[in-house]
Design a protein around this ligand. Sequence first.
Ligand code: ZN
Length: 204
Amino acid sequence: MAAQTTLPAPLVELVEQLAKLPGLGPKSALKVAMTLLEWPRSRADSLGDGILRLRERLCLCSRCAGLSETPVCPVCADPTRRPEELCLVSQWDSVMLLEETAQFGGYYLVLGGLLDPLEGVTPGQLRLDALRARLAEGAVTECILALGATLAAESTASHIKNLLAREFPGVRLTRLAQGIPLGAEVKYVDKETLSQSLRFRQDL
Ligand SMILES: [Zn+2]
């Protein structure tokens, strides 16, 4: 730590911030900061602008909680989709993948994670209130789980199954069918497999 304290204050501040990024420890953060210092001013400015613009131009869709450039994302704003089908995903990148298959014509809700007792993720950290609110609107007749085949996906599925049985017994619960390898996350499944498993989804 003695070496750290002799670093100029602006550098120390940047290194501390960078070290909070996934995959960067203090050593590699210092390397990144030094690289940035060596860059031409214009290049460093444009990186800084990119970070600012990301926060200014992207937000979470107020309806599905996916990433969006508008308060309501294009999928949620599309009136030609089927309001009776709601697909539940863990993270927004699954929406992107499912949209690429062009097999699903309903709407989405991003739960914001999966239940994982070992990692300390509890039901309160998922967007289950948003799910309740959406189902209470009355249009949804089927919830489709596209959560993958991990242990966390399983415990999330069984929690949602209980929630529906208790509060919305009229809503059918299905999950993506065969083809998803055991232990796989949705984002690592290829498009054709995903497409198949969506078409042959199973009741839960
Ligand atoms: Zn949306």
